[in-house]
Design a protein around this ligand. Structure first.
Ligand code: FEO
Ligand code: CA
Ligand code: CA
Ligand code: CA
Length: 603
């Protein structure tokens, strides 16, 4: 048997089968309860959810947003060194929206092609982040603490500060912030990362789609991300013409950047720090971590007196994995977001022999500077005639371009990362890449037409997260029954009906060191069924399916109480009539999973 029952990371539950039912499936002896569905009132005047789509924009600003994604549970006594498993702040991202479900009659337009401003207000309010103070009652049932000062919505219109190397940079100057130090809103918040000092970093992933630029030519900081001439939801067409809506049209209109929003998209694409325990503080966009399609971020364990290290994936086909190492050392007594404002950003190169290198994106690094100089005048990817980097700020603004020039390895869509609390190894999901061909495979992304994805992992040299080299291997390939992951000439795991999966996306180590894998799959649904969550033992590579979501959904976002006895799992974009069959609208929701005997989940 490959089950190490003596290990704290052994997985002992009975695997569940693939499912296509419109319900949540959990193993025997477990229960699942929907919680905090889209529209649930959580702050302000707690306006009730209406299932006919008639809640206003102002009401949505006081309710749970849509399309739940990454989340984290903060014990209520965390800042005092406590570890409560019965009360805390659940902080959650809302990645995007379903306009049909959000409104009474979907998205509407007037005869001039403009949109009612309150529809737009509601859509912007359904994005962002929710902070919810939750508590278990005497019967062990979780509920919202009504009236708590921590209950809060951060939306696509909340005032934010720009921090780090791009604060005050000329290309972040807008009509709203003439000195380039502020912006409004965070959008397309996919995954996240809890910091070692008790705050929350929300990722801005597919932010480019929210902006429209009809100029004849675009600057490179838009081209490399695919900003188009029209936007995904047409917010810039709001009929009130109010400034907070027209800013999504980033065409050049005024004589200077102070007079228009040509630079508005340059204030997006970051990790955004929110302190859930300090509701009066503005969120902070941490530009030192780079600007790209941030899926999320994962911190290495903080070591007193050593730099802070975190890892982030750029979820687009052929994009890279990055690492940030702070300049200043971490001291628990004084740690804070300032640690993320100065440091070195690296891109990962996965070599063919199983070694890897972290390549600094730093103009003061001689090798990188030489590559930049050599690239001037050439075409780099979609950028014709590269004009160089005048300063380090340009690298934080054009991080993908810098990674191309440094020689980062183009991956099969890096999604979530996780750090094993026992071994220190770093894991990343590579969800899929249908455009990978025989001509561009590499050892770390070896499958042409990679429809089912894989999970890569590495150990930093000397198990020191600040190292500039590492050793990697592939933990598991997704796929059909019989799919083998071969290590040293032998199948280390062969997938069976207990664990076939495709398109791994969410990834999380719980506090005992079990690895949780979530899927966002659109391939061969007749075989893989609805999206799911599996548990893995990282020591043995044993994997078992633990949870299957309802129809049409993606399972994304998982956290638990410190005792791992209450687990929260998010269901994003369910297809219809879930979780309430009597409600015509599908509602994203969190699912609370517990063990009927009160035991540790997964054990
Ligand atoms: Fe929002 Fe890459 O998933
Ligand atoms: Ca994802
Ligand atoms: Ca995905
Ligand atoms: Ca998704």
């Amino acid at each position: 048997s490959n089950t190490d029952t003596g290990s704290s990371t052994a997985i002992e539950f009975k695997a569940v089968a693939v499912s296509t039912d419109n319900t949540v499936v959990v193993p025997e002896g477990y229960s699942a309860q929907p919680f905090l569905a889209w529209g649930t009132p959580i702050t302000g005047s707690y306006p009730e959810y209406k299932n006919d789509g008639t809640n206003t924009g102002e009401e949505q600003e006081q309710q749970m947003g849509m399309h739940h994604d990454g989340m984290h549970f903060y014990p209520i006594d965390q800042k005092a060194g406590g570890n409560s498993s019965t009360e805390g702040l659940l902080v959650m991202n809302h990645e995007y929206i379903n306009q049909s479900a959000l409104h009474a009659n979907g998205a509407t337009y007037d005869v001039n092609g403009n949109r009612p401003a309150d529809e737009v207000r509601k859509e912007i309010a359904a994005h962002g982040v929710s902070v919810v103070h939750i508590k278990q009652n005497d019967n062990g049932v979780w509920d919202i603490v009504f009236g708590s000062p921590f209950n809060r919505r951060v939306t696509g219109n909340t005032e934010m500060d720009i921090r780090g190397p791009l604060r005050g940079y000329e290309k972040l100057v807008t009509k709203y912030s003439n000195d380039g130090t502020e912006t409004r809103g965070t959008l397309n918040n996919c995954s996240m990362g809890p910091t070692p000092w008790g705050t929350y970093l929300a990722a801005e992933e597919n932010w480019h789609g929210y902006f429209a630029n009809s100029d004849a030519t675009q600057p490179r900081e838009q081209i490399r991300h695919g900003v188009g001439s029209s936007s995904r939801y047409d917010w810039e067409l709001a009929d009130s013409g109010a400034d907070q809506y027209v800013r999504f049209d980033i065409s050049t209109k005024g004589a200077t950047a102070q007079e228009d929003y040509r630079n508005e998209a340059n204030t997006y694409g970051y990790m955004v720090e929110i302190d859930p325990f300090t509701p009066e503080q503005k969120p902070q966009k941490r530009t030192a971590l780079g600007r790209f399609g941030h899926e999320g971020v994962i911190f290495a364990p903080a070591v007193e007196g050593q730099p802070i290290v975190c890892y982030s994936g750029d979820d687009t086909r052929f994009e890279c994995i990055y690492k940030f190492v702070s300049k200043q050392p971490y001291y628990a007594a004084t740690a804070g977001g300032y640690l993320l404002d100065e440091g070195t950003l690296y891109v990962a190169r996965f070599n063919e022999d199983g070694s890897g290198d972290w390549l600094p994106l730093d103009l003061e690094d001689a090798d990188f500077k030489a590559k930049v100089d050599a690239a001037v005048g050439t075409d780099v990817g979609s950028i014709t005639g590269f004009t160089g980097f005048d300063n380090q700020a340009e690298i934080h603004l054009n991080t993908r371009l810098a990674a191309d020039i440094a020689g980062g390895t183009p991956m099969d869509r890096p999604e979530w990362g996780a750090v094993d609390p026992n071994s220190g190894m770093v894991y990343f999901t590579l969800t899929n890449n249908s455009r990978r061909t025989e001509d561009d495979v590499n050892a770390a992304n070896p499958n042409p037409d990679n429809q089912t994805g894989h999970i890569i992992r590495w150990a930093e040299a000397d198990n020191d997260h600040t190292s500039v080299s590492f050793e990697w291997d592939i933990f598991v390939f997704g796929g059909f029954e019989g799919t083998e992951t071969v290590v040293d000439g032998e199948a280390a795991i062969t997938l069976t009906d207990e664990n076939i999966f495709a398109s791994p996306d969410g990834l999380w180590f719980d506090y005992n060191g079990r690895l949780w894998i979530q899927t966002d799959n659109g391939y061969e649904k007749d075989i893989f069924g609805n999206d799911m969550m599996l548990a893995a033992n990282p020591e043995t590579r044993e994997i078992k399916r633990f949870f299957v979501g309802p129809q049409g959904c993606e399972v994304t976002g998982v956290t638990s109480t410190p005792d791992v006895k209450s687990m929260f799992v998010n269901i994003q974009h369910p297809a219809a009539n879930w979780p309430d069959a009597s409600d015509p609208r599908p509602r994203d929701a969190c699912v609370l999973v517990t063990r009927d005997d009160g035991g540790v989940i997964g054990a």
